[in-house]
Design a protein around this ligand. Sequence first.
Ligand code: PHE
Length: 357
Amino acid sequence: MDDLRAKYIEAIAAAGDEATIEEVRLAAVGKKGEISLKMRELGKMTPEERQVAGPALNALKDEINAALAAKKAALADAALDARLKAEWLDVTLPVRPQRQGSIHPISQVTEEVTAIFADMGFSVAEGPQIESDWYNFDALNIPGHHPARAEMDTFYTHRAEGDYRPPHVLRTHTSPVQIRHMEKHGAPCRIIAPGRVYRSDYDQTHTPMFHQIEGLAIDKDISMANLKWVLEQFAAAFFEVDEVEVRFRASHFPFTEPSAEIDFRCSWVDGQLKLGEGDDWLEAGGSGMVHPKVLENAGIDSTQWQGFAFGLGIDRLAMLKYGIPDLRAFFDADLRWLRHYGFSALDVPTLHGGLSR
Ligand code: PHE
């Protein structure tokens, strides 16, 4: 018995992998294992012999089984340790400099604007860039004959000959997202809708594709005062100054009544723009109280609900904040330009962490 114990305990200790452990197990306590065979011999013993040998063999079998299990666990641990060592990876290593891309100013500013409005409780809504003329125009109270259609220099899609349905358009503004959102989610609502828009126009400050951010807030008692406060909060946060005065200039949009052009107080000193001080005004976009017809077109009861909408130019905000002179360069995909004006891919703009650095 002692020889058996010594033999197998030694074999178990010497085993270096699971396959060897299994061999030892079969040899010792498997069906035809040495200890199992010895246990079968118990039947041939005298009752006195059996009383001694039985418990001793059982104890030996338990001991061997326990040693096997312990060794198995130790081998598994060692295997895991080896694997962890082999597959170790320092995820905190900095990005390889030659691989470092940069974030385009448009993406950066979109993230910044989104962070600011998210903080004021606005969520982000989206709509298609190829839009029906209902959403882009009619639902927004811009009828077929309205000069706004011509003013917008719209890109129309081609229709097959004999197909007299109105053509789709490349959306000329983000305002159609107002309709789509209200139609789907009803009132109250508080959203912004950043995205691409298209107009046939090209010079230093116009490109045929550019970016807007739409804002929409509908509730029971929302007024122009709320609009002004929201825009002031936005401008101060975006330009990273304490305060920016907002001025409304009377204007006209078919989808708002009253309508106002948005100006931010600023100064230009030696070509340097400063927000929130001075005697100049920066044109930032259009706004107003959502026209009752627009609410009704989106299935909202205009006797119950009211609210404001605004539209800001993202590209223009980016040019002003980061001193980028020519809009066309935004879309030239010139790597030198991107390296100069781009932002680190790992610095996500947040209000608490800082918008830009
Ligand atoms: N959609 C208008 C434009 O593109 C801007 C705007 C949006 C005006 C919302 C009022 C309200 O010029």
